[in-house]
Each structure stands twice: as C-alpha cells, then as structure tokens.
Write a protein that binds this ligand. Sequence first.
Ligand SMILES: Cc1ncc(COP(=O)(O)O)c(C=O)c1O
Length: 395
Amino acid sequence: MSHVMNTYSRLPVAFTHGQGVWLWDAQGKRYLDALGGIAVNTLGHAHPRLTQTLAAQAGRLIHTSNIYRITEQETLADKLAAISGMDKIFFCNSGCEANEAAIKIARLCAKGRGIENPAIVVMEKAFHGRTLATLSATGSRKVQAGFEPLVSGFIRVPYDDLEAVRQVAQHNRNVVALLVEPIQGEGGINVAHFDYLKGLRELCDQYQWLLMLDEIQCGLGRTGKWFVYQHAGFLPDVVTLAKGLAGGVPIGACLARGAAAEVFKPGNHGSTFGGNPFACAAALTTLEVIEQNKLLDNATRVGDAIRAGLAEALAGAKGVVAIRGMGLMLGIELDRPCNELVQRALDAGLLINVTADKIVRLLPPLILSQDEARQLVDMLCALIRDFLSQPAAAH
Ligand SMILES: Cc1ncc(COP(=O)(O)O)c(C=O)c1O
C-alpha cells in the first residue's frame, strides 16, 4: 500500500527517464509525450541546455531568501517584463499561488479605492487552482464540493459572453477585477473570441476594473506568441503564469502593470521559495531556448500541421464534434465521455489526457517536430476511430 495521499487516480505506469518528447518506463517501453506534464515540459525531457543550467546553478547556489536581493530573480523579472509588456513581477511556486497573488492585488486595490466588499468576476468552466480562494474562483462544482464555506467575493458569468459581463458592470458597484483564461484548459480547450477579450479590456477601462488573465496553461509560447493577449493586441493589468515557465522546475509568477504593479508593499505578500536562484535560472534558460530555437514559430507550424492532420484523418468520423485550439494547445471534442481513451493510448505508447469528460487534450512540448507530430496524429486518430466505431453501449 502506498503512503502517498490518494489525491489522484493514477495510471499504472511510472517513467524512468525521458529524451525530447519521449518517455520510457521501467520495462523499456517508449511513449510519445503529447501532454508534456500538462503543459509543463516546454523543452521536452532532459533538454541539454536546461540540464546544464540546473547542474551549474545547483553547484553554485540553490536558495538564499527573499530577505536578500536575488540576481537571477531580477534578471528573470526584466526578461518577463520585456516579453509581456508588464511592469513588475511577483514570484511564487505554482499556478494557484500566482492566482492567489492576483486576487490579493485586486482586493488591496479595492481597499485603496474605498470598496470594502470587493468582488471579482470569474467564468463558468474556469479553472484557477485548488487553494481555497482559487477553487472558489474555479467554475466547477466538482472542484469545490466538500470545501464549503467557499471564499466569497466572486461573481460568475458564462464564458465568452460580453453581454453577461456588461450586465454585471451595470448592476454591481463592488466589482474591482475580472479574472479569465483566454483559452480555458481544464474547461475543455475553449478559445475565447479575440473580440470578446478586447471587449473585456474596454469594459475594464470603463469601470476601472483590473483585467486579470490566467495564462498558466495557454501562455508562454504555446499558441505561437508569448501570450494569448498578444494575438488580440491589447495589454491586461495582471497576468498569471506557472506550468511551463521553468521547463518542469516549480515556479509561478504574477505579472502586473501600471497601478496594479505598485499595490503590494513589504509585508503584504511573500513566499519562502518564490523566485529562488534555482527556479529562476531554470526559467531564464527555458525562455532563452524558446527564443533561440524559434519555438514560438514551431508551435504555430507544428500545431497547424496537427490540426490539419486531425481534420483530415477524422473527416467523416461520426462522433467527432469539434477540433479546436491554437498552436500546441489542442482539443478534440467527442460526442461521448472518452476517459478510457487515455488508458488505450497509454497501451499504444501515447500520452494524452481527457478533460471535461469528452475532450481529448494535447499539450505537447514546444520542441515537437513535424515528424513526431505525424506519428502523434497517426496513433491518436487510429485510437479515436477505433473507440468511436464501437457501439455506444460499450462506453
Ligand atoms: C489555467 C490554470 N490556472 C491555474 C492552475 C493551477 O496551477 P497549479 O496546479 O500549479 O496550482 C492550472 C492548473 O492546471 C491551470 O490550468
């Protein structure tokens, strides 16, 4: 019996090592990793540049404390500011912590404006994490059930529906911010229209709300630009990052601009490990390799090829509802629950995931090559066709 707490229903496999987009188990079986640790392994596995940085940094300095200056953190903040258009960055260790920081910024901002009971607009089907505040912001009863009382101060609206937000704005004077994923990940790879996002920017300006984007899953190059908001052509006030930022080393970041960047003062927020030299060195190398190896372009090119390949191979397949996403953040919606596809893919040597019951999700490393993409499409489409060809009762 394992002494690990029972928080995940785990697949019956453990990997011993990886190389590029491939993983191996103890029996020597090889798997194509089309999930990348759920959008974490930006550079795949055992990337020589990242390995070298980690070894060198561990040999030099792993951790000091945020009560001292940290050169690697300052350099990473400069780099993130340059690629994002944001002004200041708070570092932590995970996505939920980055969102906690964003929520605290919004609340402190409200107090500064004399709003005693502030509210943040959040979305149906959103996922923002599993701490008490972030699960309260999350739009899934499954995530919240059992943890009541939830943190108050969130107003929920349907996703990608500007009119719903306008209604809230007209009827609620306590709103101080809006938190949204430009592409919902856990919610089913739901891509917001760019006009909607731009409309949110205008509403937030009009009502003096902070526009806070959770780009923890969709950001950092996966869609072909550093951030999804850059496709839409505007700047948010706050952006949260984690997952792929340091290629697998735990890190989170809350980026803020303008007044939002100046809200926190010493004593308002903190994190023991946040922004330590080891994690920041890993992030700096990850960003450098993304740039030097032109992985943003690669994400667009290879992502487009996968979409085209899926569309062709699944054309006419009854039961495929939609193929959607951007770059290397892709979802294939089926007309029925398809969780068992995950085990079938594992058996076939392919790592995928199913989210929101019916959506096969792909979040491969950004280094995926065209040839590997073809293998992915071939394997996956055979599995989906086979799955869909069985009578519905079998599922
Ligand atoms: C969009 C989004 N926000 C927040 C989180 C929470 O991140 P973490 O698990 O690092 O706390 C996730 C994780 O899946 C996510 O996809």
